[in-house]
Design a protein around this ligand. Structure first.
Ligand code: SF4
Ligand code: SF4
Length: 145
C-alpha cells in the first residue's frame, strides 16, 4: 500500500510540473523548445553551433585550400583524407577533400589547424543516411582547384 508520504510527494511533483507548464503558457517568450520539422526552413542556430565541416567557395567555385594536409594530420580519427593532384603548371593542388561525416566527432581540431581559413563548421543538422558511404563527402566542388 502506498504510504501517505509517497502520495504527498507524487502530488507535489505533479503540481510542480503543472506549474512549469502554466508558467510557459502565460510567458510564451520564455519557451526554448524549437518546433521541428515544420519550421526547418526558418531554423537559425548560434554561430558556434557545430553541424559538420564545410568548405566555403566563392562565386567562381574557388576555395582557400592549398592541400597542405594540416587538417588531415590534426584529425584524431582519420575523418579527413586530402587527395592531391597536379594542375596545368605542375603545381600540387587539391584533388579531392574527402570528409567522412560518419566518424567525425565535430571536435573542431581540423578547423583550428587550417592556416588558410579554408574550412569551417557549417550549420547542417539533418545528417542521417542509410549507409556509411552516403556520409563520405567531397567538400571541394571542382578537382584540381
Ligand atoms: S571536426 Fe574533428 S573529427 Fe571531425 S574532421 Fe575535424 S578534426 Fe576530424
Ligand atoms: S583545409 Fe586548410 S589545413 Fe586542410 S588541406 Fe586545405 S588548407 Fe590545409
Amino acid at each position: 500500500m502506498i504510504s501517505l508520504n509517497r502520495f504527498a510527494g507524487s502530488v507535489s511533483a505533479l503540481l510542480k510540473g503543472l506549474g512549469v507548464t502554466l508558467n510557459y503558457i502565460v510567458h510564451p517568450k520564455r519557451v526554448v523548445t524549437r518546433e521541428y520539422p515544420e519550421n526547418r526552413e526558418t531554423l537559425t542556430f548560434p554561430e558556434r553551433f557545430r553541424g559538420q565541416v564545410v568548405m566555403p567557395h566563392d562565386e567562381n567555385n574557388d576555395h582557400n585550400c592549398t592541400a597542405c594536409t594540416l587538417c588531415e594530420k590534426a584529425c584524431p580519427n582519420g575523418s579527413i583524407s586530402i587527395l592531391t593532384t597536379k594542375n596545368i603548371a605542375s603545381k600540387r593542388v587539391l584533388g579531392q577533400f574527402v570528409y567522412r561525416l560518419s566518424s567525425c566527432t565535430l571536435c573542431n581540431l581540423c578547423i583550428e589547424a587550417c592556416p588558410f581559413d579554408a574550412i569551417r563548421m557549417g550549420h547542417g543538422f539533418e545528417m542521417a543516411g542509410y549507409t556509411r558511404e552516403e556520409l563520405d563527402l567531397i567538400l571541394n566542388k571542382k578537382e584540381g582547384r
